[in-house]
Design a binder for this molecule. Structure first.
Ligand code: ACO
Length: 141
């Protein structure tokens, strides 16, 4: 399991262990080196959730994240799910750009998720991660 990558997206090993053994884990490889990971979890009969997506810092910005998400959407369509969802922090500006560019739309805000679930405050882009945003994309026909 590429923990170094998984921890880039989710800094809590406890949280990772909660979903990893009930999920499918996809990796992107370059010359046998794992450079990206995406974790797909079945939320309900109609929905798959991307629980974790990460690309090695030296390989970011080269389309690997987009490739991993396109692969997850194809997988969900093939398996006849209706929706793919992804959750991220209010402070994850780049990630929010990527997900919305790929057709995900904001559907819900889980207020104060990060301040309740994580013992230490998390900052990104000079913004405290407080709320978790849920984005969804319809897939299939
Ligand atoms: N700001 C603006 N746009 C961005 C940013 C950014 N910081 N990052 C990516 N994008 C846009 C790009 O412009 C690109 O658009 P384009 O295809 O129209 O040019 C698009 O998103 C795809 O970019 P990729 O190169 O495919 O993305 P990358 O391979 O860098 O992977 C990822 C993105 C996975 C978010 C990566 O930056 C990463 O690993 N970050 C650290 C871990 C993380 O935060 N993971 C997500 C946590 S939430 C969760 O796991 C559910």
């Amino acid at each position: 399991m590429p923990y170094e990558l998984l921890l880039l997206a989710d800094p809590s090993m406890d949280m990772l262990h909660e979903y990893l053994n009930q999920s499918d884990v996809f990796t992107a490889k370059m010359n046998a080196m794992t450079v990206g990971v995406l974790v797909l979890y079945q939320l309900d009969a109609e929905t798959l959730e991307i629980k974790n997506i990460a690309v090695s810092p030296e390989f970011q910005g080269q389309g690997i994240g987009r490739f991993l998400i396109e692969n997850a959407i194809s997988m969900a369509t093939f398996e006849q799910f209706n929706t793919v969802c992804i959750r991220t922090a209010n402070s994850s500006i780049g990630q929010l750009c990527l997900y919305q560019k790929m057709g995900f739309e904001l559907s819900e805000i889980e207020k104060n998720f990060f301040t309740s679930a994580y013992p230490e405050p998390i900052y990104e882009n000079g913004i405290q991660a407080k709320h978790r945003l849920v984005l969804q994309r319809r897939v299939g026909g």
